[in-house]
Design a protein around this ligand. Structure first.
Ligand code: PRP
Length: 183
């Protein structure tokens, strides 16, 4: 793993997650919130964020998959796991590890708004704003990044590297990552 370049260290991530948690705590002072993490990438971000927020909070997970070849999304999103608690009238915060084209988040936003929550916000640790094809943006953003293929802190390449504590960049000169930036 020595060849992986660190983009954000575990300390930088922890600091930024703490700041986001403070923002959320201020915005929802005295109110309960439900965090909904998008599997699998957001699981670690949600765990850290939820523990830093000083609110009455519950959390849930939602699963999606994109149709299409390995890393090239066709733009069609399919629900693989639904939420398990009622969202009507609740303060819902959708938690994403990374906002890329926005297809996943747009799909989930539409789906979750149909539950008629009291409020709906999006928290994304990373925002690849330059890749956006959908008119969607996050209310809480950790870091805005360029079009790099990032791994670690929940994010994978072929299911590997999710357990790295730092966020790293997968080198594009490695044969197995040749198409990674198409994602
Ligand atoms: C990633 C990420 C988002 C989505 C963002 O998930 O967690 O859900 O891609 O891409 P988009 O904005 O272009 O839709 P991925 O499909 O890699 O699944 P994973 O979280 O299980 O790794």
């Amino acid at each position: 793993m020595a060849e992986l370049k660190v983009l954000f260290t575990r300390d930088q991530i922890a600091q930024r997650v703490c700041e986001l948690a403070q923002e959320i705590t201020c915005d929802f002072e005295g109110q309960p919130v439900i965090f909904i993490g998008v599997l699998k990438g957001a699981s670690i971000f949600l765990s850290d964020l939820a523990r830093r927020v000083q609110l009455d909070a519950t959390f849930d997970f939602i699963g999606v998959s994109s149709y299409g070849s390995q890393k090239q999304s066709s733009g069609e999103v399919r629900l693989t796991k639904d939420v398990e608690q009622p969202l009507t009238g609740k303060n819902v915060i959708l938690v994403e590890d990374i906002l890329d084209t926005g297809l996943t988040t747009m799909y989930l936003k539409r789906m979750l708004l149909a539950h008629e929550p009291r409020t709906f916000k999006i928290a994304a640790l990373l925002d690849k704003a330059c890749r956006r094809t959908q008119d969607v943006k996050a209310d809480y953003v950790g870091f805005t990044i360029s079009n790099l293929f990032v791994i670690g802190y929940g994010m994978d390449y072929n299911e590997r590297y999710r357990n790295l504590a730092d966020i790293c960049v997968l080198p594009t000169d490695r044969p197995e990552s040749a198409h990674a930036l198409d994602k």
